[in-house]
Design a protein around this ligand. Structure first.
Ligand SMILES: Cc1cc2nc3c(=O)[nH]c(=O)nc-3n(C[C@H](O)[C@H](O)[C@H](O)COP(=O)(O)OP(=O)(O)OC[C@H]3O[C@@H](n4cnc5c(N)ncnc54)[C@H](O)[C@@H]3O)c2cc1C
Length: 470
């Protein structure tokens, strides 16, 4: 989508940032501006008043003070996987990219990790894996550790271990007034609570510490059928989900397999019904758990014991900057009528062009509040439904994206009678008001904390925080 460049007034005000961050400041018209502003999601084409790349907390503090004095807002961003809900709102803002903060250490004895705000999950899982440790990582290696951990974090061990935000033990951030703070369960407990899943930026996070767990290898992979088998496979998977132990976390997708080099040649471009995921435990347990799915005679079965660090690529998500569109909703249950609605809206006779119509299996630890957890300590609903559109080799024209949005809308609308009414914000490219993501008491506490640490509203939130009664 093409947007207007930042108005001259904002550009002029942003001149006051020149010279900060050791010179890593890019203003409209500068040679590196276009590269500096480009997010992971290439569907988004914003023109911020300035783009800055601080490497240290004191450089972040300088930027916040200068932006505030210039009357500019600040949008912290790691990779830009979550850029779409901000689209069109950066003309009067400084885009603060965190990719220069690359500190990464794993303490094998204490089973913890410490990362700078620019670290990606692929790097963390590789380093942790060398010590036989694993993390509650997402399905894609180039998602940012910090953005994912602040938003919630549903990974392949989620039904056994819960959300990644509940594994976080310390957050270091620079507040709107430039103060550098460290929030833990004992220090700044309100801030610590709100940072774990609370959605809106409360400051610029510079580093994060979180728990890992011992896991060198795990049984994981995918089972796949031609998508014409959906009417047999989907009901069987849903029934399997009811009794599957919490050690198993899977996803069902009607997917168009990408044509990229990292995908086996024989699968490229095919439309499949695919179940992928992981089962914690020994080989015998895993085989027993998966037996009902294997009884459906998958055409492809890659499930095997593999290094835990390889799971970050299990889902075949696109790596590197990609034009994408994602929309999702939380689903309470999938009775027969809901399954039929999914098949009608996204199955072989639907005419869909979606890259994936996905159902992620929730429940287990994800469905129970974590007593020590943060603002988002659990997810309501037994499934998360996600419609995903990807660009064509040339990116795709407006008609392509309209069709992707329409097809995702059709898939999610078909499930409307069975939704919880709630949303998981990190998987939503459309803006929704945050009351749809949190119970009223949690929402009110989050709004109050946000007003107390950012009274001037310096930070741009991806989703609008409408105060109670608003
Ligand atoms: C291909 C793909 C796969 C995904 N897989 C999963 C998955 O398996 N499970 C899951 O739960 N989610 C998944 N997501 C959603 C993902 O968790 C969110 O998009 C997440 O916000 C990405 O974080 P990021 O830092 O990479 O993105 P960014 O766009 O950089 O950040 C997203 C938001 O996080 C906040 N933020 C980021 N860095 C900072 C900082 N340093 N300080 C303060 N605020 C900050 C900002 O509000 C920012 O707008 C996936 C998304 C994509 C596109």
């Amino acid at each position: 989508m093409t947007q207007q460049p930042a108005p001259v007034a904002a550009r002029t005000r942003a001149e006051s940032l020149r010279g900060l961050c050791g010179g890593a400041v890019h203003l409209p018209g500068d040679p590196a501006y276009d590269m500096a502003r480009s997010p992971w999601n290439l569907q988004v084409d914003d023109h911020p008043a300035a783009v800055v790349y601080p490497a240290f907390p004191d450089e972040v503090a300088d930027v916040l003070r200068a932006a505030s004095a210039a009357g500019l807002a600040v949008a912290p961003q790691g990779t830009g996987h979550g850029a779409p809900p901000l689209e069109g709102r950066l003309a009067d803002a400084v885009l603060l990219r965190t990719s220069a903060m690359t500190e990464l250490s794993v303490d094998a004895g204490r089973r913890t990790a410490r990362v700078g705000a620019g670290v990606l999950w692929g790097d963390l899982t590789e380093v942790a894996g060398r010590s036989g440790l694993a993390a509650r990582h997402p399905s894609s290696p180039d998602v940012g550790v910090v953005g994912y951990s602040l938003g919630g974090g549903i990974g392949w061990y989620a039904r056994e271990l819960g959300l990644q935000c509940n594994a976080v033990t310390a957050v270091e951030l620079v507040l709107a007034d430039g103060d550098v703070v460290r929030a833990t369960a004992d220090r700044e407990p309100d801030l610590f609570w709100a940072l774990r899943g609370g959605a809106a930026p409360l400051g610029v996070v510079t580093a994060l510490e979180f728990d890992l767990f011992p896991l060198a290898t795990v049984v994981a992979g995918f089972l796949a059928w031609d998508w014409t088998a959906v009417e047999e496979v989907l009901p069987a998977w849903v029934t399997w989900c009811v009794s599957a132990p919490e050690q198993a976390t899977t996803s069902f997708r009607l997917v168009e397999v990408p044509t990229t080099d990292d995908v086996p040649v024989e699968l490229r471009g095919r439309r499949l019904a695919m179940v992928d995921g992981a089962v914690l435990g020994d080989d015998g347990t895993a085989a027993e758990v998966l037996a009902p799915l294997r009884a459906l005679r998958p055409e492809i079965d890659t499930v095997a014991r593999v290094p835990a660090s390889s799971l970050v690529r299990l889902h075949l998500d696109p790596e590197g900057p990609t034009p994408a569109y994602a929309s999702s909703t939380l689903v309470a249950d999938l009775p027969d009528a809901a399954i039929a609605a999914v098949v009608d809206a996204a199955g072989p006779r639907s005419g869909t062009r979606l890259a994936a119509a996905e159902l992620r299996q929730l429940g287990g630890a994800l469905g129970r509040p974590d007593p020590a957890g943060g603002a988002l300590s659990m997810l309501d609903g037994r499934f998360l439904a996600l419609g995903l559109g990807l660009g064509l080799p040339d990116g795709g024209d407006a008609a392509h994206w309209e069709r992707q949005r329409a097809d995702a809308g059709r898939f999610l609308a078909a499930l409307e009678p069975w939704t919880t009414g709630g949303h998981y914000l990190p998987m939503l490219d459309e803006r929704v008001d945050t009351r749809k993501a949190f119970p009223p008491g949690v929402h009110a506490r989050l709004s109050a904390i946000r007003r107390s640490v950012d009274p001037g509203g310096l930070f741009l939130a991806a989703h609008p925080d409408v105060p109670a009664g608003g």
